[in-house]
Design a protein around this ligand. Structure first.
Ligand code: GLC
Length: 634
C-alpha cells in the first residue's frame, strides 16, 4: 500500500528569526509572523536529513525518545501499544511468521503496526526487522538462496550483491526495511552451530562478501538497512565457555588479545561500514569474560569512535539480560556502552520504565539518549521511511519470481565444491540407462534449506515452493531412467549405471547446532554402503552447514560433492552434475580429517593436515591429486 500522501513533516521556518522549540509536546513559537513550510520528507526537499532530525529531536518528549530505542517482537505487542508507547521498531524473530504464512498476511501485519506508529503525535514511522539471512526465509513462497557458507564457496561478490538486492525486493514487498544480515563472523571452529551463516574462516573473503551484500541491500531502491553481525568475534569463542544451557561455542567467550581481535574479526566490520551499513547487531558472546553487550571500549570507542560508524547499534534478542541479573543495571551498562536500540523483545514496559528511571536518576545522560535517537531517526530518513512507510505493493510480484529463482539457481551452481571425481563419473550422461537416487535429502526442501527457513530451527519436508535435488535431476535429464527410494531399497538384481546418494545434516540454528561429533550419521554411512553395492559409479552429495567428517565415506564414493545448504533451487545441482555447467566452487573452510583435529587452526599442529585445505575444489576436467593419507586418528 503506497501512502496516499507522502509523509509530510511540518518544519516551521521563521523568516529572519530563530525559532526556539522547547522539548515540550507542543513547540513554543516565538515569531508571530511565521510561515509554516510543509515539506515532504522526500529526498527532493531542500532541508537536510540532519536538519529534519534535529527538528524532530527538539520536539520529542523523553517518552517518545525512549520509545524509538525500544524494539519488540511481534508476538508480544498489539498495534495499539505501538501508538501508546511510541515504539520505534517491531521484529519477527525466526518463529515470528504470521499464520497463515503468506504475503498478504505479512503485509497486513506489518502495515497495521506501521499505521499505529504513524498516527502518533509526531508521526514517526517504525522500522520492521527480520532475519532474511538467505533470502526472506520467514515467508512461505520467498526465494531461498544458499546459506552464506555456500556463497563463500562461490567467491563471487557481484553474485552476493545481486542476492542482497533480490532479498531487499522481496522484503519491501511486505513492508520490511531492515534485515538482520549479513553475518560477518569469521568462524574458527566449525563445531559452531552458526558456521553456515558465515561466509568463511578467511577474514578477507568475509569482508569482501559482507560488503557486497550490504551494497545489495542498501544501494538500490527500495532500500533495506543491512546489519553486519554479531559484533564482535561471535565465531571465535572457545569450546565449552558458553554460559547458555546446552550451548558449547555459541554465546561463549572469545579468549584472544586485542591484536587478534583487530586482525581476524574487525576487517569485515570496517568493510561493511565503508559500504554504508546502517546498523550493527551486538553479539551474545563475550570477550575475555566480559559480555559484548557491556563492552563500551569496543562499541562506543572502537566501532563508533575509531571506525566512525554512524548508524545505530541494536542488541541481540534479550542480549542485555545476560549482562547481569539486575535489569536496571543491564540497561544502564548497555546503553552507556553505546547500544542505541534494545531488542527487548517481550517485556517492553519493564524496559521503558527502567530506561526512564536511568535517565531521571542521571545514570544515563540525556546526551546518550539523544545520540541514540538521532542515529535511529537518521537511518529512518535515509531509508525513505518517512516518505514511504508502508509495503511496496509494486514489489509484490518479485516474491519467489522466476528471475529471483534463476538467480538462486545460479548461486547453487557456483556454490558446489567437487571434492573427488574418479572413474570418469562426472559429468553424468543425460540419457543414462539407469540412475538410482537415495537419501531423504534428495527430496526434501527443508533439509536442503537448513535453519532460518519458515522457522527458526528450519523444517523438514516440502512445505514451500521450490525444486528438490531429485526434481532438478528429473528436469535436467528427462531422458535418463531415474528411480528414487529414500532408503536405497532397489531391486538387488539390477545394478544401476549411477547411484546418487544425498546425505547430511538435519536443520538447526544457533547453539542447538554446536557439536563435537561432525561424523556422518550411522544411517548415512549405511546408506552409502547400500548404494555402493547397487551402482557401478556412486556420487555422494553432502547437505551440511559445515565440513563434516567424511574420511570413512570418501573412499566409497567415486565422486563427492559438497552442496552446503542450497535453498529452494535444487536444480542448480543437476545443472552441474550433468555438465551444463562445470564445478567452480572452492572450499570456504578447511576440511578436517578427524573430529579431534578441531578447532581448525589445530589441524596442522597435529602432524596431520586437513583432508582438504581452504580453497580446494576440482572441476570435472581436473585430474584429482591423491588424497594425502595420514597415520591413524591422533
Ligand atoms: C537471534 C540471533 C540473531 C537474530 C535475532 C533476531 O537470537 O542471535 O542473529 O537476528 O535473534 O531473530
Amino acid at each position: 500500500m503506497k501512502s496516499s500522501l507522502s509523509r509530510f513533516f511540518p518544519i516551521v521556518v521563521a523568516f529572519g528569526l530563530m525559532v526556539a522549540c522547547q522539548a515540550s509536546p507542543t513547540p513554543t513559537l516565538l515569531a508571530p509572523t511565521l510561515t509554516t513550510l510543509h515539506i515532504s520528507a522526500t529526498p527532493t526537499s531542500t532541508v537536510s536529513i540532519a536538519q529534519r532530525v534535529d527538528d524532530l529531536l527538539a520536539r520529542m518528549t523523553l517518552e517518545e525518545k525512549i520509545g524509538q530505542m525500544t524494539q519488540v517482537e511481534n508476538g508480544s505487542i498489539k498495534p495499539s501499544d505501538v501508538t501508546a508507547k511510541f515504539i520505534g521498531s517491531v521484529l519477527s524473530g525466526g518463529d515470528g511468521a504470521p499464520q497463515p504464512n503468506n504475503q498478504a498476511a505479512w503485509t497486513k501485519m506489518i502495515n497495521d503496526y506501521q499505521a499505529a506508529a504513524v498516527k502518533t503525535r509526531l508521526g514517526i514511522p517504525l522500522i520492521y526487522g527480520v532475519d532474511a539471512v538467505h533470502g526472506f526465509g520467514g515467508l512461505n513462497g520467498a526465494t531461498i538462496f544458499p546459506h552464506n557458507i555456500g556463497l563463500g564457496a562461490t567467491r563471487d561478490a557481484d553474485l552476493v550483491r545481486r542476492i542482497g538486492r533480490a532479498t531487499a525486493e522481496e522484503m519491501t514487498a511486505v513492508g520490511i526495511y531492515w534485515n538482520f544480515a549479513p553475518v560477518v563472523a569469521v568462524p574458527q571452529d566449525v563445531r559452531w552451530g552458526r558456521t553456515y551463516e558465515a561466509f568463511s574462516e578467511n577474514t578477507g573473503l568475509v569482508a569482501q562478501l559482507g560488503a557486497a551484500y550490504v551494497h545489495g541491500l542498501q544501494d538500490g531502491s527500495p532500500k533495506v538497512a543491512a546489519t553486519p553481525k554479531h559484533f564482535i568475534g561471535d565465531g571465535g569463542t572457545t569450546w565449552g565457555t558458553s554460559r547458555t544451557e546446552n550451548y558449547q561455542l555459541d554465546q561463549g567467550d572469545m579468549q584472544v588479545d586485542e591484536s587478534v581481535l583487530r586482525q581476524l574479526y574487525l576487517p569485515p566490520y570496517k568493510a561493511a561500514i565503508d559500504a554504508g551499513a546502517k546498523s550493527v547487531m551486538v553479539s551474545f558472546s563475550s570477550w575475555n569474560g566480559v559480555k559484548m553487550h557491556a563492552q563500551k571500549k569496543l562499541i562506543a570507542e572502537l566501532l563508533k569512535g575509531e571506525l566512525g560508524f554512524n548508524g545505530f547499534v541494536v542488541s541481540d534478542w534479550a542480549g542485555i539480560n545476560q549482562i547481569t541479573n539486575n535489569y536496571d543495571d543491564a540497561i544502564v551498562t548497555s546503553i552507556n556502552a553505546g547500544l542505541d536500540m534494545i531488542m527487548v523483545p517481550d517485556k517492553y514496559g519493564v524496559f521503558i520504565d527502567g530506561l526512564t528511571r536511568a535517565v531521571n536518576t542521571g545514570r544515563v545522560p540525556m546526551s546518550r539518549i539523544d545520540d541514540a535517537v538521532r542515529r535511529i531517526l537518521t537511518v529512518k530518513f535515509e531509508l525513505g521511511l518517512f516518505d514511504h512507510p508502508f509495503a511496496y505493493s509494486e514489489m509484490a510480484s518479485t516474491v519467489g519470481s522466476d528471475a529471483h529463482r534463476q538467480l538462486a539457481r545460479e548461486a547453487v551452481r557456483k556454490s558446489l565444491v567437487l571434492l573427488k571425481n574418479e572413474n570418469n563419473t562426472l559429468p553424468l550422461a543425460k540419457d543414462s540407462p539407469l540412475i538410482y537416487i537415495a537419501g531423504q535429502g534428495a527430496d526434501d526442501l527443508g533439509m536442503q534449506s537448513g535453519g532460518w527457513t519458515l522457522a527458526w530451527q528450519g523444517t523438514v519436508g516440502n512445505r514451500q515452493p521450490g525444486t528438490t535435488i531429485l526434481g532438478g535431476i528429473q528436469q535436467v535429464a528427462p531422458k535418463a531412467k531415474i528411480s528414487y527410494n529414500a532408503n536405497g531399497k532397489f531391486d538387488e538384481k539390477i545394478i544401476a549405471d549411477v547411484g546418487i546418494v544425498v546425505v547430511g545434516e538435519q536443520p538447526y540454528a544457533e547453539g542447538r547446532g554446536d557439536s563435537a561429533d561432525l561424523s556422518l550419521s550411522k544411517p548415512d554411512l549405511a546408506l552409502i554402503d547400500t548404494m555402493k553395492a547397487r551402482s557401478k559409479n556412486l556420487v555422494v552429495i553432502l547437505l551440511s552447514g559445515r565440513p563434516l567428517t567424511i574420511t570413512d565415506a570418501l573412499p566409497k564414493a567415486d565422486a563427492f560433492v559438497a552442496a552446503w545448504l542450497p535453498g529452494t533451487e535444487g536444480a542448480g545441482i543437476a545443472d552441474v552434475l550433468f555438465g551444463d555447467y562445470d564445478f567452480t566452487g572452492k572450499l570456504p573452510y578447511m576440511w578436517q580429517r578427524f573430529n579431534t583435529q578441531l578447532p581448525a587452526h589445530a589441524l596442522s599442529s597435529r602432524g596431520c593436515g586437513p583432508l582438504f585445505p581452504f580453497g580446494f575444489g576440482l572441476s570435472t576436467r581436473d585430474i584429482a591429486p591423491p588424497i594425502p593419507t595420514c597415520p591413524s586418528q591422533p
